[in-house]
Design a protein around this ligand. Structure first.
Ligand SMILES: [Zn+2]
Ligand SMILES: [Zn+2]
Length: 441
């Protein structure tokens, strides 16, 4: 590996490389002091610092606590960037190996994305769950790679990164993407096409001509200003920025409606069926009863009909208390949460249709597809179930063309604004889908 291909576009600390090239390297201090006030050049943190007797320089050094999981950087740390010629790309880098066809909605989005990439501008793709938003990127990425540009798709969550990687590898076989997340094997691989968690962007500096942020509304990106800073730092000053989401936050939704934000809306799914609309059902105080009677009855009836279910809970403890009662209906019923050591196995078993009912926290609200499921939320009025969370988890139903419908039930102990807004948003998308001829009736 050449120095150029190792360093290009990255901003690294001593611990992250073996040898430093003699030329083409620029440096700056990791912690910048402005009138005695520290600011971290890697994550832009200005408030979260600590001091320690430093093993490297022997002084008392200030270090950044905000980005410490990427390796500790102190006031004596240097950041290194490559300023030499960039590595050359494969002449077929942009050859797209994809024989699928785009839906009418996807086509519009695809050409708008390609135009934004060509003009180095910003564009939002607001595509309902199941619309097929990844395919919308292919043509734009292909033309960027053909033009010798460097492209990054970033997503807040590593499971989304891992799901995107094989798809992009298949369609750009001449440009296998470098796939970056905490602990990934591709750490030192150069590619003009990068797929990374937003966290990994801390290690890049003015690297990308095209930066695509997928699931832009997902935690923690929306709440974390330093991740948003990382995105800005990783893109070149003149570059395209593409956002993808099924559920933009309220401010963006209103900007789109007022025409203040460049956006393409795909209100309908690829398979041209409307989105299933959630229904609400009162279930009393579900925290007291463990599992309300009408919920148990609904699950029992569905299981007897052979229908598979995904059931969302707001908190692990209520879910775990409910599990034994569900197991009385069917012993194969399982629950899953973020820290569950068998999380991957259970999700895979649900995909293979070996589990009739999976209870889950909001970790499965997005990014997963289980064909032919119905969806329920227990305690839909809980604060964790925001409008966007409810739209996302409702989006788990009816995704496949073989089973395009699906029941979604919000079991609640008092309706909330978020529930009503989520239902309104789904109805509005269906109305637009019909109006634009993207849904067959
Ligand atoms: Zn030091
Ligand atoms: Zn920092």
């Amino acid at each position: 590996m050449t120095h150029a291909s190792f360093f290009a576009g990255r901003e690294l600390i001593d611990e992250e490389f073996k040898t430093l090239p003699d030329e083409h390297i620029a440096t700056r201090p990791a912690i910048h002091f402005d009138g005695g006030q520290p600011r971290c050049n890697r994550c832009n943190n200005t408030t979260n610092f600590a001091s320690h007797p430093c093993a490297r320089c022997g002084n008392i050094c200030t270090y950044c606590r905000n980005c410490i999981e990427m390796g500790k950087i102190s006031s004596c740390t240097t950041l290194y960037t490559w300023i030499g010629p960039p590595p050359e790309h494969h002449e077929n880098a942009g050859t797209l190996h994809w024989t699928g066809t785009l839906s009418a909605g996807q086509k519009t989005a695809s050409s708008n994305v390609e135009r934004a990439i060509c003009h180095s501008s910003e564009h939002l793709v607001w595509a309902v769950a199941g619309a097929g938003k990844t395919e919308v990127l292919f043509q734009g990425i292909a033309s960027a790679l053909f033009a010798g540009k460097r492209v990054c798709i970033a997503a807040p969550r590593s499971d989304v990164v891992r799901e995107l990687a094989p798809r992009l590898t298949t369609v750009f076989p001449d440009t296998p993407p470098a796939v970056l997340y905490g602990g990934s094997p591709d750490r030192n691989t150069y590619s003009p096409l990068v797929i990374a968690t937003t966290h990994q962007l801390y290690r890049f500096y003015h690297a990308f001509d095209v930066l695509i942020v997928d699931e832009v509304d997902a935690y923690p990106y929306t709440f974390d200003r330093s991740l948003q800073f990382a995105v800005q730092k990783a893109r070149k000053p003149e570059s395209a920025l593409i956002y993808l989401t099924a559920t933009p936050h309220a401010e963006w939704q209103s900007e789109v409606k007022k025409g203040k934000r460049e956006a393409t809306l795909i209100p309908a799914r690829y398979h041209r069926h409307p989105l299933p609309v959630p229904k609400t059902e009162w279930c009393g105080n579900w925290k007291k009863t463990n599992v309300p009677k009408n919920v148990l009855l609904w699950v029992k009836t569905k299981v007897e009909e052979g229908q598979r279910l995904l059931i969302f809970y707001s908190h692990i403890d209520t879910m775990e208390k409910a599990l034994p009662l569900f197991k009385e209906i069917d012993l194969r019923i399982e629950s899953v949460h973020a820290a569950d050591p068998l999380r991957k196995e259970k999700v895979a078993a649900m995909r293979r249709q070996e589990i009739p009912v999976l209870l889950s926290t909001t970790i499965l609200e997005r990014g997963v597809t289980f064909p032919g499921i119905d969806v329920a939320v227990i305690g839909a009025e809980d604060a964790v179930f925001t409008e966007s969370a409810l739209v996302q988890l409702a989006g788990r139903a009816g995704r496949s063309a073989d089973y395009p419908t699906g029941e979604i039930l919000f079991f609640h102990y008092g309706k909330t604004d978020a529930m009503m807004k989520a239902i309104r948003q789904i109805n509005e998308m269906n109305r637009l889908g019909i109006e634009r001829g993207l849904i067959d009736r």
